[in-house]
Design a protein around this ligand. Sequence first.
Ligand SMILES: [Zn+2]
Length: 347
Amino acid sequence: MPVDRAMWQVIGQSRAIELLRRSLESERLSHAYLFVGQPHVGKTTLAINLAQALNCEQETKPCGQCRSCLRIAAGNHPDVQSIGRMANAEPGQASTKKEISIAQIKEVQRSAGLQPYEGKHRVFIIDGAEYLNEESANCLLKTLEEPPPRVLFILLTVNDARLLSTIVSRCQRVELFPLPAEVIEQALMEQWQVAPEKARVLSRLCRGSIGWAVSASRDESLVLERSQRLDELLSLNNASLDQRFAFAGKLATQFGKSRDSVEEVLDLWLGWWRDVILAREGCAQFITNLDREAALRMSAQCYSMAGIRDFMEAIRETVVQLGQNANPRLALEVLMLNLPRGERAGV
Ligand SMILES: [Zn+2]
């Protein structure tokens, strides 16, 4: 079937789109895909486009305009279902997240056995596949091992290392990469009519996640929240050990509710120190925190390169440990002990 590249609404990700486009045209689609990529990079949009391409009523697919395409985009096509707490979540709404239950997967199995109601394919989008618990993952595995005809599973995840390897091996893996800032800047101006200066700042702040930039262009509170979180992290540079440990305790509690939000905090911190290095090395054009150039330049003068590098390494190590189910409080307290020392007072 003819599949037109220009019809896909995902920004960038040409490798992923080309792979899917070719499989669709040669009618050699896999039964299950695993889309892997950082939050808000375009996984859901790509999954919706693929579901549209499979069920589109027009010659050149996905047209985005026919009844079927419109209903899939609106989330009310009977043959396309989204499962998982994150389904269609906007940035900022991801504060609490729970496991995908066995009941949800059993329901998927039941409907996967039925004929498509009106479309040509049944499509199940499982968002946040890392939240499948062992029981639900094993249940899903049975279906992936013996997939019913004309059924497609699309699993979305930020981290496939957190999935059962047996699930990963049953899916075709498609990686989505962070988008270059220039691509996001241009898309924000042309497709979302964002003013040039705002587009420039947001395209850097989002660090490759266009979905975040689009949401932030409409909702000022996202930028404000990000800024407040960064202020809190930077205040730790001058804080006492008690204050740092108190912060570690707060993050550990937060981790119990939403591990993603803690990873986001650590990622924000990592991004800050990366920017300090860039400012130090005279590569200001690559800075992410464009709204804080003055503070970055000041920090660049006050911390040694070795100190910054060690701390960035400590942050990465903490992320790995948290992923391996280390005691979060302990891991975060150790991180607090590793904060780099400023070489000049008052920083
Ligand atoms: Zn269509």
